[in-house]
Design a protein around this ligand. Structure first.
Ligand SMILES: [Zn+2]
Length: 182
């Protein structure tokens, strides 16, 4: 995943998640004695994306990353929003398992995987949708989980921003500053 990301904190969080996704895939592949880059690796990746509910979401995302879309030729799910196969596979990966890490509030892992999916497929979302997920991603990765009122308050502030402002802000403090008096 190439940047540029809206903040160093987001860039660091994305880099760590990309490592975790790559490692999760390498563990599954290695455990089955499948060589990287082999036709068998592709076959395994298709098996995983066809049955996401049997695997952790990092493994499923790792499988997606190994595949090319048969319809548009882009990396699977990375094609244009109009590619139905990419859209279908993007939605399907939400069926993967998500298990909360130790010492985090219940629901953190769900929020983390949704925010990660949005960040990895940001062209499928509006500027307003992606800013909300991208601003909170580093905190989610650190183990925090905003309360519903906190999330609603942030959303209300974000809703006062124009699209170009949404894509520019690097922190919730900037959102608060821009929203002031609107
Ligand atoms: Zn496609």
């Amino acid at each position: 995943m190439a940047g540029p990301w809206r903040s160093p904190a987001l860039a660091a969080a994305v880099a760590r998640l990309e490592d975790e996704i790559r490692d999760a895939w390498a563990r599954l592949r290695g455990g089955l004695d499948v060589a990287p880059g082999s036709p068998e690796e592709s076959e395994l990746a298709w098996l995983v994306v066809d049955d996401p509910g049997a695997y952790d979401w990092r493994t499923v995302d790792g499988a997606v990353d190994r595949l090319t879309c048969p319809d548009c030729g882009a990396r699977l799910t990375a094609g244009p929003a109009t590619c139905e196969t990419c859209e279908f596979r993007h939605r399907m990966r939400f069926g993967a398992r998500e298990r909360d890490r130790p010492h985090v509030p219940p629901g953190n892992e769900h929020a983390l995987r949704v925010a990660t999916a949005v960040t990895r497929s940001r062209h499928r979302y509006s500027p307003r949708a992606r800013v909300g997920y991208e601003l909170v991603l580093p905190d989610l990765l650190a183990g925090a989980l905003p309360t519903t009122p906190q999330a609603q308050a942030a959303k209300a502030l974000i809703n006062t921003l124009a699209d170009d402002e949404c894509d520019r802000v690097a922190s919730l403090a900037e959102v608060v500053e821009l929203a002031r008096g609107r």
